[in-house]
Design a protein. Structure first.
Lengths: 944, 222
């Protein structure tokens, strides 16, 4: 040892406490540890691995996972082999999960805002204080404005039942999910015609099939002969997990693949044919395909037998639909003088040549089984998406492809039920009283719904599309018993959602959340943000609550399989920091509300009924699978056909059931959390096909595929009005008012069968916009990158992965002056962080090379996009051959990200494009009110 | 030696409290009561802390302001300038890395568990400092010499292998991200305290080993 002055032990610290006892007395402040017994310590060490079966939430695909835990730390994420949905596979988002769960930017503690909304200044508070704040305000708001002035938006993560339950009990009809401001136009056809939602190809393998000898076996065979994806990119979106491996496998087994998309997306790389359609013209293409099929079908020519008339066995109204469709054929389109839906007309509109369209229609007609499938960013995001959706559904039906092996399946109709009473639907039926124009009016809580009884009687599944406008203007009900009733929106709860970036126009959302009234108070008095990750919308919250990450909570998966499959999300580790599960948050808030005297929150509905988390989820499981014993082969040949199945797979298989002939139910042993834990986390019931026959799984009024949506039937001498549009039309007739959305189309009410209208902001199909062709030569569409909407851009691995010419490591080297939100707003700290060039992917603008060169651009140049309304965004261009000319593609959630919770993605928010900055906030699609995100045209200007 | 051991416990308890949210008037009072000897390397940092406390007119307002600043610096939400976790600095700005696992293992080897159990990553600065206070108490209360030396060796190992690899970077991040002298002073004070304690432990353990039979000299706890 080097000889130095030995440190005198006496004054080694040269520090003395002036108070009595001195420094030593400060030990009273505590060390924060407790001593365990030797065996307790050993137990804690948890030698060896534990495996927990759970479900991912890195995106709404919610694939089944098998997660390994070592010493209390999650060590590995694998797919769960027992879940046929993903069959042991996991995508890049799933394996990157730990970078979200253990992310340093995660919300750890409850916070209350300090300063103005948007400044991002918060102070940490206890749960007690946060819940007290929220409950006090909620009660005040309910008393002054009514519970209907509260919105509980559960964003795009599906395990939302506790929130729905709580807020419905509280008395608001506005329990909402992100799907409402998402892609609902594309689901309209299946909803209207089947009572369903999503048409997917029958390529989920394995499927569990009843064999001729009575056994159940996993079938891995693919029978599909043709898949057509229209504006759908499953290889990147991975939302319907099995479409990645299934498309590849189906091709190996002999299927052809056609991808119709303005961009050459990842899925197109495996296609036999890529057809680069003009954006916003999918409806035009489908209409031409249908006309071609109707004109050219021949019963007696096997080479032209497109239509399979057996569809009439389970449908009604086709003749009327066909007649309405044909009635357009003789009309000339004022835009091009050509007959509607003819090949020449469609060629003009879609810019696909007539020969190709004919071939496409013929191929689809003659190849069986086949599936025509369309997606979110295409049909779902256009003003006239409904038209395309209805036509696409009709095409699948009349060609006989629905519900045949290898054909097309509406997964909503066949997936397991879940939720039941745990969703709180009963609360919506409660009767309440309001004073409307001086009169006392009674009605149900659900009849106060801002869209469904406001401007949008056809609102999707009770959810809301028409905000944030309502935050500023308030609500006036037009329909139902409460028509004339006015109320403001006073509280907005947002859980696992980020509408500031992904819902409608970004600036409009910011305006709505920061709008103040004459007294200088925020119009929306309470904004609460509940999540694990800190996204832009959190900057505008008054209270931020830390929700447990998906590895730290319990719930049920929500997926799109081709037969009933249900699996558990389970605790892999306990909630970290002070985060809480949804159940814990809702039950704690319920207690607070009850303590403060809210009359609608009763212990008998909450902690007395579901004292533990498991009790709550067992309630949600009681309705599983909830599908009829129908189809071929019959799932349970020894049980009554057509009866509803309830209970675990093994009890149904063994016949340990009770049959209720009155209710037509087969009741096996109820599915529970414990059962799932004992069976690799998953319950799988058998597959069958032809489930439309005999009523089967269809959810329309007639239990048939409906081509007419407002009709009358005679029953017991009484005339009844039926069909999905009949419901809305009755409301319209009672009120004597047409909803503004459809009034704009020139309609008085919802049509009873086929209809046609144009999309908006499309200079090539809608004469109103033709004048913009020259000055705004680019149509803007949106493409998926390998992220979950706007929620995962801070994850390190995903930040480095380039995707599809949209998310590219084109970051310049930046030495970023760290900017923090200080007392006076954004403040440089002087600390510098270096991000080397090409190490982080940033959102970029995909542009056709010829377009770029004509504008004098090269890859990496910074441009500004501007719409006719003056909305702007900026980004670097990437010049490629893989997109049609005249189209720009932007990454969804990839740019303009101004939340500091996003790390390096935030560092580049000034040079990355935000699709939602360009959206016309008034362009709400006419039937259900969702913003039309891809009806966008721009001009381009180089700025750097 | 008794006195030094107790003072070590007091010092680490104080440091732990200074990195535990929320700060309280009690903790500030404890800081204000310390008297730095002239020439102590801890003096400059401590003086900044004390001056900040002394200058405040209203004690409650000071506590509130310090807690708001502490939230901004270390708590969140979102990206904070000075994340108080070893893994962040040692494992590529990620949390729950090997440093967290190793800290947890170390605590359990001494049959110690945080009162917050495992909800907070085990490599949080307050937990690591608190653990040093815990070991300091055990050393002070040790009934046999051999046990005491074993505990001091463990304290040194923990400092060397678990704390010092990242603490200087953390303190630098803290100091450079704020203009509030309280936290600038805290960074300096903490860095010096830990460095000095390691020097003391090295010196004391070297002295002790000189007096041991040779085969016991290099004994280290696992």
């Amino acid at each position: 040892m080097i000889a130095t002055k030995a440190i005198s032990r006496r004054d080694f610290l040269k520090l003395a406490g002036a108070s009595a006892g001195g420094l030593a007395a400060m030990a009273a402040l505590g060390h924060g540890f407790k001593t365990l017994s030797a065996s307790e310590a050993r137990q804690q060490q948890e030698a060896g691995k534990r495996v927990v079966y759970t479900a991912c939430v890195m995106c709404p695909a919610e694939c089944g996972l098998a997660v390994e835990v070592e010493n209390g730390v999650i060590s590995n994420i694998y797919g769960n082999n027992h879940v046929p949905y993903n069959s042991g596979t996991v995508c890049a988002k799933g394996v990157a999960g730990l970078q979200l769960v253990y992310n340093v930017n995660r919300i750890k503690y409850p916070m209350i805002r300090v300063g103005e909304r948007g400044e991002g200044k918060f102070k940490r508070v206890s749960w007690e204080e946060a819940l007290d704040y929220i409950a006090t305000k909620l009660i005040e708001i309910k008393q002054k404005y009514g519970a209907e002035s509260v919105i509980m938006d559960c964003g795009d993560v599906t395990d939302r039942d506790p929130y729905y339950y709580l807020f419905r009990a509280f008395g608001t009809p506005h329990t909402v999910e992100h799907g409402s401001i998402c892609d609902t136009p594309r689901r309209h056809g299946p909803k209207l015609m089947f009572g369903g939602k999503r048409i997917e190809p029958d390529i989920m393998r394995p499927v569990l099939v009843r064999q001729p000898d009575g056994s159940l076996k996993n079938d891995y065979s693919y029978r599909t002969r043709l898949i057509i994806y229209v504006g759908w990119n499953p290889f990147t979106a991975t939302r319907i997990n099995y479409e990645s491996r299934g498309t590849v496998e189906a091709r190996l087994a002999g299927a052809r693949l056609i991808v119709i998309d303005p961009a050459f997306c990842n899925t197109a790389t495996k296609a036999d044919r890529w057809i680069p359609i003009r954006p916003g013209t999918d409806a035009d293409l489908f209409a031409a395909m249908l006309r071609y099929i109707l004109e050219n079908h021949r019963d007696d020519d096997p080479f032209r037998r497109y239509i399979d008339w057996s569809f009439k066995e389970y449908s009604q109204g086709w003749e009327e639909f066909e007649a309405a469709f044909r009635s357009w054929w003789d009309r000339k389109d004022p835009l091009n003088g050509l007959p509607y839906f003819s090949l020449e007309w469609a060629a003009e509109r879609t810019s696909i040549d007539a020969q190709t369209i004919a071939e496409l229609a013929h191929t689809f007609g003659i190849t069986k089984p086949a599936a025509l499938v369309w997606g979110m960013n295409g049909i779902g995001h256009h003003y006239n998406g409904y038209v395309a959706s209805i036509l696409g559904t009709a095409l699948n039906v009349i060609t006989g492809n629905m519900e045949v092996p290898g054909g097309a399946i509406d997964t909503e109709l066949v997936k397991s039920s879940k939720g039941g009473k745990a969703s709180g639907g009963d609360f919506l039926k409660r009767e309440v009283t309001r004073i409307v124009n001086g009169r006392e009016v009674k009605g149900k809580i659900e009849e106060l719904h801002m869209d469904g009884y406001g401007d949008w009687p056809a609102a999707w599944d009770d959810v809301v599309g028409d905000y944030p406008r309502r935050f500023i203007e308030g609500v006036t009900l037009r329909y139902g018993p409460f028509r004339g009733h006015r109320y403001p929106i006073k509280a907005f709860f947002i859980r696992t959602g980020n509408p500031v970036i992904t819902g409608s126009n970004t600036q409009k959302w910011i305006e709505a959340l920061t709008a103040k009234d004459e007294t200088g108070n925020y119009k929306v008095e309470l904004v609460v943000y509940i999540d694990t990750v800190f996204l832009e919308t959190g900057l505008y919250a008054d209270v931020v609550l830390p929700e447990a990450s998906y590895m730290e909570r319990m719930s049920l998966s929500d997926i799109y399989p081709v037969h009933p499959v249900l699996y558990l999300r389970d605790f892999v580790i306990r909630p970290m920091y002070e985060s809480k599960t949804q159940y814990e948050i809702c039950w704690a808030l319920a207690r607070k509300l009850h303590e403060k005297g809210d009359p609608d929150i009763q212990p008998k509905d909450f902690w007395e009924k579901y004292p533990t988390e498991e009790d709550f989820w067992n309630e949600a499981l009681r309705v599983a699978p909830g599908r009829p014993n129908t189809g071929e082969p019959l799932p349970y040949p020894n049980l009554p056909k057509g009866y509803k199945l309830l209970g675990t797979p093994d009890s149904l298989e063994a016949g340990r059931v009770q049959i209720d002939d009155e209710k037509k139910e087969i009741r096996g042993e109820p599915l529970t959390v414990q059962w799932l834990r004992e069976h690799h986390g998953v319950a799988v019931w058998p597959m069958s096909w032809k489930r439309f026959h005999g009523g089967g799984v269809l959810q329309t009024d007639s239990k048939k595929v409906e081509f007419v949506w407002d009709y009358t039937v005679e029953k017991d001498g009484q005339v009844q009005r039926k069909g999905r549009y009949a419901k809305y039309n009755k409301l319209i007739e009672e009120a004597g008012e047409t909803p503004p959305g459809i009034a704009r189309l020139g309609w008085q009410k919802y049509p009873s069968t086929f209809y046609w209208f144009e999309t908006r902001w499309n200079p090539y199909t809608n004469p109103d916009y033709a004048k913009y062709r020259e000055e705004y030569p680019f149509q803007v569409i949106c493409g998926r990158i390998h992220h979950a909407m706007s929620g995962t851009q801070m994850v390190d691995w995903l930040g480095r992965l380039p995707t599809e010419d949209l998310w590219m490591p084109l970051n310049d080297e930046r030495v970023v002056e760290e900017v923090i939100i200080g007392e006076n707003g954004p403040t440089p700290t002087g600390r510098r962080v270096r991000i080397p060039r090409g190490t982080w992917s940033i959102g970029v603008i995909q542009m056709n090379r010829a377009d770029g060169e004509r504008l004098g651009l090269k890859t990496g140049d910074l441009v500004e996009l501007e719409t006719p309304q003056g909305f702007k965004t900026r980004g670097k261009v990437v010049l490629v051959e893989t997109i049609r000319p005249g189209v720009l593609r932007l990454p969804f959630g990839g740019g303009g990200r101004f939340s500091p919770g996003l790390g390096k993605t935030w560092a580049f928010h000034d040079i990355t494009p935000n699709q939602n900055a360009l959206v016309d906030p008034e362009n709400l699609s006419p039937i259900m009110g969702q913003p039309a995100y891809c009806d966008v045209i721009v001009k381009v200007r180089k700025i750097g | 030696m008794e006195r030094e051991l107790k003072e070590r416990e007091g010092l680490y308890s104080l440091l732990r409290a200074l990195f535990s949210y929320p700060l309280t008037e009690t903790v500030l009072g404890a800081v204000a009561s310390l008297a730095p000897g002239p020439g102590s390397p801890m003096a400059p940092g401590l003086r900044q802390l004390q001056q900040r406390i002394r200058e405040a007119v209203d004690g409650r307002a000071l506590v509130e302001a310090l807690n708001v600043e502490m939230t901004r610096l270390m708590e969140g939400p979102g990206r904070v300038p000075a994340p108080p976790f070893a893994s962040f600095y040692l494992h590529g700005e990620r949390l729950m890395g090997p440093a967290a696992v190793a800290a947890r293992r170390f605590y359990l080897q001494w049959s110690a568990m945080p009162e917050t159990e495992w909800r907070i990553p085990p490599d949080h600065i307050a937990l690591e400092l608190g653990f040093l206070a815990y070991l300091a108490r055990r050393a002070a209360e040790a009934t046999h010499d051999a046990e005491r030396w074993r505990i001091l060796q463990a304290s040194r190992e923990f400092l060397r292998r678990h704390v010092l690899p990242w603490l200087p970077r953390f303190c630098e991040a803290l100091a450079s991200s704020t203009t509030d002298p309280f936290f600038i002073g805290l960074a300096a004070f903490t860095h010096e305290a830990v460095r000095l304690d390691l020097e003391w432990l090295d010196a004391v353990l070297a002295e002790h080993s000189d007096s041991l039979p040779s085969d016991e000299r290099t004994g280290r706890s696992s």
